[in-house]
Write a new protein. Structure first.
Length: 276
């Protein structure tokens, strides 16, 4: 069916694509990514699932409303509205980073519509602006610090180009070869979008809405599997905290991966999602 649009209450829309045929599965991308982030996985699962790939609000080619506060609650409620609009049920949710938090918060809101969830590298551990991203490498830490500054932060955000983006994202890969030049060019399209700097900084300024989402985790009543890249930005305390709040006995490790596991090892992710 190609690219479609789902309109939100703030007048913008979510750009999405539906691939395959079978049980419904929604894949959520990380901060700063887009629906194509899930292509390598969707292509492997298209014979078993109807895979829904989304540009989360304001990301990718989804437009930005500069009066919208892009916190965790807004993202969660937007996806809940999407699920209800298309009458999805017996649904599997899987995502990474902020997209790894959303399956949990969504399943808490509409448990009757969810079958199972998978959380990969959930971004729920920031105590300050861009802290997790800054753990990737020194360059990312330097950039996040300056983008987070009052007044001049917007100037730094406006300076982003392909080279800067690549070196920030390098901190999320064990091997940067998995960030293709074609995909990087797609990501760079967003920097020219109206409201880009506002959205970029506003999502990060709402870091506490993602960290405080952990207070909701004990309310989750659906089956969940938790995965971290071997060298992910979450430290051991972060991982154990999330594991314990979800009531799990263990979390799983994806070997030789860092933060962007959907690109680093789509074969393994697809195998995990296929086992249910």
């Amino acid at each position: 069916m190609g690219i479609q649009k789902f309109y939100l209450k703030d007048g913008t829309y979510i750009r999405f694509e539906k691939i395959g045929k079978g049980k419904p599965l929604i894949l959520f991308h990380t901060f700063r990514n887009r629906l194509e982030y899930g292509y390598p996985i969707a292509k492997k699962l298209k014979d078993k699932f109807t895979v829904y790939l989304l540009d989360l609000p304001g990301f990718g080619d989804s437009p930005i409303n500069q009066d919208t506060n892009y916190n965790q609650e807004f993202f969660t409620n937007s996806i809940v509205d999407f699920i209800k609009k298309f009458k999805l049920k017996n649904l599997t949710l899987a995502g990474e980073s902020i997209g790894g938090v959303l399956p949990i918060t969504i399943a808490i809101k509409v448990p009757n519509l969810i079958k199972k969830i998978y959380s990969f590298n959930p971004y729920d551990h920031d105590t300050k602006f861009g802290e997790g991203i800054g753990r990737g490498n020194f360059f990312a830490k330097f950039i996040m610090f300056h983008i987070g500054l009052p007044y001049i932060g917007s100037i730094f955000a406006n300076l982003e180009n392909k080279l800067i983006l690549k070196n920030v994202m390098r901190g999320g890969f064990v091997d940067i070869k998995y960030l293709s030049d074609d995909y990087l060019n797609l990501l760079c399209k967003s920097t020219a979008k109206k409201g880009y700097v506002y959205h970029f900084r506003n999502v990060l300024q709402n870091y506490m809405s993602w960290s405080e989402a952990k207070k909701l985790y004990p309310k989750l009543k659906k089956p969940v599997e938790l995965y971290y890249g071997q060298y992910s930005w979450a430290n051991e305390n972060d991982r154990n905290d999330t594991k314990n709040l979800l009531g799990l006995k263990k979390f799983n490790i994806l070997q030789n991966c860092k933060h962007f596991t959907f690109l680093e090892n789509p074969k393994k992710i697809s195998e995990i999602l296929s086992k249910q």
